[in-house]
Design a protein around this ligand. Structure first.
Ligand code: DQA
Length: 138
């Protein structure tokens, strides 16, 4: 099983960025733990701050991989192009947010992605990525 974890803008700063909201662990460290725990899954991780690079990655893996776990960061609330890409590809996408976006500012309440995603996990911290993996495992 091939799974891509795709992180959008500012998520490269996890561990340093607003730790009271996003925790103190770096994503690289968390990803190593996840790979060790789920060694049967062929997992790839890609992060970019650029909308174009995220689009290119969705196009690249979206017809061959078994699942994509996508935290689009703030592009979630703004990007119709990324929503169109999720709709265009064959690979199912699970949307993940570390924080509970519904308990935060009004502008974080709407996601352009949710209607074209298989499911959505919000507010469960980094564990949301593991739960999405479990869902793909079935
Ligand atoms: C986020 C929530 C977004 O609103 C925010 O812009 C992020 C992170 C989350 O994981 O909680 O960058 O996607």
């Amino acid at each position: 099983m091939k799974i891509l974890i795709l992180n959008g803008p500012n998520l490269n700063l996890l561990g340093k960025r607003e730790p009271e909201v996003y925790g103190t662990q770096t994503f690289e460290h968390y990803f190593e733990e996840l790979k060790a725990k789920y060694s049967i899954i062929d997992m790839e991780y890609f992060q970019s701050n650029s909308e174009g690079a995220l689009l290119d990655k969705l196009h690249e893996v979206g017809f061959t991989f078994d699942g994509i776990i996508f935290n689009g960061g703030a592009y979630t609330h703004t990007s119709i192009a990324l929503a169109d890409a999720i709709a265009a590809i064959k690979t199912p996408v699970i949307e993940v947010h570390i924080s509970n976006v519904h308990a935060r500012e009004e502008f974080r309440h709407h996601s352009h992605f949710s209607r074209v995603c298989k499911g959505v996990i919000v507010g469960l911290g980094l564990d949301g990525y593991r739960l999405a993996l479990e869902s793909f495992l079935g």
